[in-house]
Every structure is written in structure tokens, then in C-alpha cells.
Design a protein around this ligand. Sequence first.
Ligand SMILES: [Zn+2]
Length: 416
Amino acid sequence: MNILFLEMKTTWLEIVAFLTSSFAWATSHGHHPIDNSAVAIQSSVVGLHKSLVERPFVTGSESNVARFLQTYLEDIGLTVELQPVEENRHNVLAYLGDARETRVLVTSHIDTVPPFFPYERNGEEIWGRGSADAKGSVAAQITAIQLLHQGGRLQEGDVALLFVVGEEKGGTGMKIVNDLGLSWEAVIFGEPTELKLARGHKGGLGFNLTAIGKAGHSGYPELGRNAIDILVQGLAKLQGIELPGSEEFGATTLNVGTIGGGVAANVIAQDAFATISVRLAVNNPLRVKELIEQAVREASPWLEVEFSTYAIGPVRIDHDIKGSDSYTFFYLFELTKRNLGFETIVVNYGTDIPSLKGKHKRYLYGPGSILVAHSDHECLRVSDLVEAVSGYQILVTEALGRSKVIPNTLRKQSFE
Ligand SMILES: [Zn+2]
């Protein structure tokens, strides 16, 4: 009886020890490795994406995502460096072994525009701030590198991952990356491009329009000068001007993003202002500035224009990676053969591409549509997220000149 009891006790203790060590292993090796099946790959990338979207990373408060990514990337076997940008704001650089100088860089941004709204899964759609712009890219890029790494397809010195802060506000994070003293043959940027390779994107410039009024009692308008009226005249004039466009990039467009002014309904407004951004389709920011200044002068002498220091023409992007139509995708419970020669697209938004100096080739690719990014209904399809994992694997292997290597997710046995 006693012996039996001891035996049972030992067995029970062993089970507890086994479970504890299994749990410890699962915790310390949290995300590594991904079982080489379509189901496991989808579950891994969707899980990582959820962790990223659940954390609010509005520009200026990205510190918790940097720390999260540091742990995650170390767990999958990468060396991680945090590059300070400002107090409590860090870029995250990850690479294999000791080789921080790599041939290819895969990068995206971890900040989002405000306001934050939470993660929600609606069947095939994932909703939440940053779900498309750009945490879909971040999750797919990490999973792609993880799969290539664990499949033995990457060596030290091949590729690094870089996730920057501040992309949505002037590219503060990426500009500081130039201080790392690194260079690459090719850089793959992640932004929502609907899984197409971007051929280029528009440039941009910003300006403030300020109206100078004179305060007074609203009952005696002849004694004052209403800044809001003047601002409205200026904005109406700006909406009417024709800015030069181009065949490749389309129209140059202008958006009045914010307005403000006045103190009360019964006071003649002394101040009024608007902030405006222009998406440039021509390589001549100076000409566009002149046209804006001229329109404002014609509208009222009481208007002032102040341009931001940032002004850049449209950016051409490399798109010489063809992919291959011999790749076959294996989805969950579904076999789909599709042509993976990447479609190309021109996009109307700015990116970090011009902020990163160097002679590298530049590619822009990612899941999701910019049409919902920055909106209150930002979302991403699960199938797009999964396809981007394959897309990034192809881009990385082709950028390394190893196009014959078929990525894990595309191999037939991955579904068997
Ligand atoms: Zn973005």
C-alpha cells in the first residue's frame, strides 16, 4: 500500500515536473519554431498581428511595442538592438548572430495615426487601428523571416529586420536610422499596397494658412476684421487652383486637414488657421509653392502661408522582382494555384523610403489597402495577411539572388 502510494506520488510529481518544464519551454521559446504547415503559419502570423494591434501605438507612445517586439524577436532566435529615438521611443533592429551589417533590410513602422480603436475579429476580417497600416506588414515580415530562418534558408549577414517609430509624423525614426552607419543592397519597405509591388509614390509638402483679423463686437462688423471669413476665402481660392500633375503619378492634390479660430459667436474672430497637405505628382515642389502663394495673395492681403521644411517630389520605386507563376499556394482547406508574378501599383501616400539614405534598391509591398488606413474602419483580411508572409519570403529570397529557393509556405509538403 505504502509502496504503491509512493509510486503514485512519484508518478504524479513526475507529471507535474514534466508539465512545468513543458510550460517553461513553451514560455521561453514562445513562438519558436512554427510547425511547417499552412494552419500553423496562419495561426502564428494572426497571433502576432493580434498582439501588435492590441497595443496602442499612436505616434509618440510606441515604447510598449518596441519592448514587445524585442522579446518576440529574441524568442525566435534573433539578436535585437533598440535604437533610442527620443525618451521612451525606440527603433528595433534585429538580425542573425552578430552580423548587423546585412545584404537585405526588411522594414516597416510601428506607430499609427490616432485615435486608437481596439482589435476585433469579424470572421475573415481583422479590425483595429494599425491592422493594415502597418502592423499587417510588421507581422507578415517577422513570420516570413522566421520561416526562412528556421528552414535553413538564411545565413548570418543575409537579412535584418527594422521597425521604426514616428513614420506617421515626418519619419523621425527612419531619419535616425541613418546614424547607424549601415548600408544594404536592397531594402524592402512594408506598407499597405494590396499585395502589389509599388512602382512609385507621390511626394508631399505641407503648409499652414493663417488669417490675421481684428477683434471687435459682432454687432459692429465694420469696426473689426473677421479672420474666419478671410480664411474661408483663402481656402475657397485654394480649392479652385489647378496644380500640375503627371502621367505616371496622376493629379497633385490638396487636403485641408484641420481648421481653427475665433473665441465666441458674438466676437469678431481675431485669429483663424488651417493646416494643409499636398500630395505631389510632379518633381517640382517650388512651382507648386509659387502657385499656392499666388492664390493666397489673390484671396486676401491678410493671409499668411508658412510651408513646412519637408517638401519632396514623387518617389520612384524598384519593381524588378517578378516572382514566378510556378509557385502554388496552399491555404487552409483550400488549394489555390495563382500567378505570383507581382502586380504593380502607384500609391498616393508618403513613406519612409526617402528618409533612408543610401544607394540600395527600394521595394514597397504589404497586405491591406490604404483606402481604409487612417479611417475609422481600418481592417485587414486574414488571407491577405497570410499571403503577405509568402510575398515577403519571395521578395527576400529574390533580393538575395536565390530565386530558386521556394519559400516554406509555398512548398507542397507544407499542406500535407
Ligand atoms: Zn504606413
